[in-house]
Design a binder for this molecule. Structure first.
Ligand code: KIV
Ligand code: ZN
Length: 539
């Protein structure tokens, strides 16, 4: 089902930057297949603009943006934007990235605050020259141009007005005002935006220029600042799913959109977002980035609609409105249950998956059907969330250098937790390794390390159940960091056995790290045979 995007003067354009600013979060690296999948889901969600990446950052980034432009940037799909510094080569590469979209946009930016000008070693005059050159060049490729004066939150108003009016004179159609360091407060931000809208020559009401804001969350005020800007007249907001992004993150899309939808009388604006897609989009972004959502996160956190205290439960049971200002269904948290057991066929599974937005056929369907049957055997009800977790676990793995074949653990109070694993590498070799640890997960990770031998530190491990109940599917996300690299890599795994889920997540993170560090041909050393028993030798 595709969304219909319509526009009037009260439409707030939702510009999603999960794939660009969001991907800049530590450890949030995505493969280009994952970016494409997320872009497709963002399109189903109804976002108006997808900032697909920063094409000049690397050839891989360029390719990922090109794929999204071609496959998601269809005539009835979203605008696809590519980011570019105010530098000729960046702008040309950004255009290469987005030119095949039906609605391409180049988004160019230059730091305008005193500290950013100092960092660039330029003065205000030189800044204006660069803006003129960059926007004029971008306009020679594309009609839809966005200009951002970076660190606008700390830029002098007089200079900000000069920079913005010059950008419009050179062809910018959207002026995006970023609070790059998350410094401003709602009241001063609203005043600033209102003043800019009214005082910037060529960009006032009726000019056709769209004013936008892009807020960071360093003081926890990104959502409040963004909403204040909407009240002041901004008609584009730059946001990410789950609020992912540099440092404390960007403004969370689900928070802003649900505030606009739920408090309609306060804001009197509309969006093109189909909010029932939020839960699914949130899970997808969290799983692929290896970044768990905090349980008490507004809208998409596991506890956002959970009522624990007796008084609350009683109230909600009598009348949901007592303690609920929006329904769980309105953000896609359905209780929908697909009760398929041993006797159920793959057709019903295929149909439900298609309803959830996954078109799975042939071998892939057989694969997921096998997993589904195992799960249906282990637990009574298989929910939509279970299916989404299975799909993420089966199909959204990074390039596989190593793969789990089998695992067995022994643990409890009677002895030392021990894990025996069998893993295969991408050369078709299989290794068996046993290790002892402080618990079954630690023992498994030690056994894997003995085979894979890629030094790293586990910096985050989190496990949670997809649904309620003792038989629930467990989801594990981990983040690891190679020594002295400053980089982190995430991995995700789901299984009804949390040790298996933990091992899958760790191997996924290792695979991602190996791919990124260019160690794709890593196989255990020959002399490791003393520790690693090759499967064929051990049998
Ligand atoms: O935070 C920021 O200023 C940015 C710009 C590139 C818009 O991300
Ligand atoms: Zn930003």
């Amino acid at each position: 089902m595709s969304v219909t995007r319509t526009y009037d003067e009260n439409t707030v354009i939702i510009f999603d930057t999960t794939l660009r600013d969001g991907e800049q979060s530590p450890g949030a690296t995505l493969s280009s297949a994952e970016k494409l999948e997320i872009a497709r889901q963002l399109s189903r969600l109804g976002v108006d603009v997808i900032e697909a990446g920063f094409p000049a950052a690397s050839p891989d980034d360029l390719k990922a943006v090109q794929r999204i432009a071609r496959e998601v940037g269809t005539p009835d799909g979203p605008t696809v934007a590519g980011l570019a510094r105010a530098v000729e080569s960046d702008i040309r590469t950004a255009w290469e990235g987005v030119k095949d979209a039906a609605k391409p946009r180049i988004h160019t930016f230059l730091g305008t605050s005193p500290s950013h000008l100092r960092m660039l070693r330029i003065d205000e005059e030189e800044g204006l020259k660069r803006i003129r050159k960059a926007v004029t060049l971008a306009k020679s490729f594309c009609d839809d141009i966005e200009f951002s004066p970076m660190d606008a939150g700390r830029t002098d108003m007089g200079y900000l007005i000069k920079a913005c009016s010059l950008a419009v004179e050179c062809g910018a159609t959207t002026l995006n005002i970023p609070d790059t360091v998350g410094y401003v407060t709602p009241k001063e931000w609203a005043e600033k935006i209102e003043y800019l809208i009214n005082e910037t020559p060529g960009a006032g009401p009726g000019s056709g220029v769209i004013w936008s804001v892009h807020c960071h969350n360093d003081l926890g005020m990104a959502t409040a600042n963004t909403l204040a800007a909407v009240q002041a007249g901004a008609r584009q907001v730059e946001v990410t799913i789950n609020g992912v992004g540099e440092r404390a993150g960007n403004t969370s899309m689900e928070e802003v959109v649900m505030a606009l939808h739920t408090r309609k009388s306060a804001y009197d604006v509309r969006t093109n977002i189909d909010a029932t897609q939020f839960m699914k989009t949130s899970r997808m972004v969290s799983n692929y980035m290896g970044m768990p959502v905090q349980p008490n996160k507004a809208i998409v956190g596991a506890n956002a609609f959970a009522h624990e205290s007796g008084i609350h439960q009683d109230g909600v049971l009598k009348d949901a409105e007592t303690f609920e200002i929006m329904t769980p269904e309105s953000v896609g948290l359905t209780q929908s249950r697909l009760v398929l057991g041993k006797h159920s066929g793959r057709h019903a599974l295929k149909v439900r998956l298609a309803e959830l937005g996954f078109n799975v056929d042939g071998d892939a369907l057989n694969q997921v059907f096998g997993r589904f049957k195992d799960l249906a055997d282990a637990k009574k009800h298989v929910t939509d969330a279970d299916l989404e977790a299975l799909i993420a676990d089966e199909f959204h793995k990074p390039q596989e250098f190593y793969r789990l074949e089998d695992i067995q653990v022994a643990c409890g109070t009677m002895g030392m937790p021990t894990a025996t694993i069998r893993i295969a590498n991408n050369k078709g070799e299989s290794f068996v390794q046993a290790a002892v640890g402080t618990g079954p997960v630690d023992a498994s990770y030690r056994a894997i390390d003995a085979v894979v031998d890629v030094p790293n530190t586990l910096i985050e491990y989190s496990v949670h159940s997809v649904t309620e109940g003792i038989d629930a599917l467990g989801e594990v996300t981990v983040r690891i960091s190679p020594p002295e690299s400053g980089r982190t890599f995430g991995g995700y795994g789901a299984d009804s056995d949390i040790v298996v889920a933990s091992v899958k997540a760790y191997i996924a993170a290792l695979n991602r790290m190996i791919a990124a560090m260019g160690h794709g041909d890593i196989v255990p050393e020959g002399d490791a045979a003393t520790v690693n028993i090759r499967a064929d030798e051990s049998s």
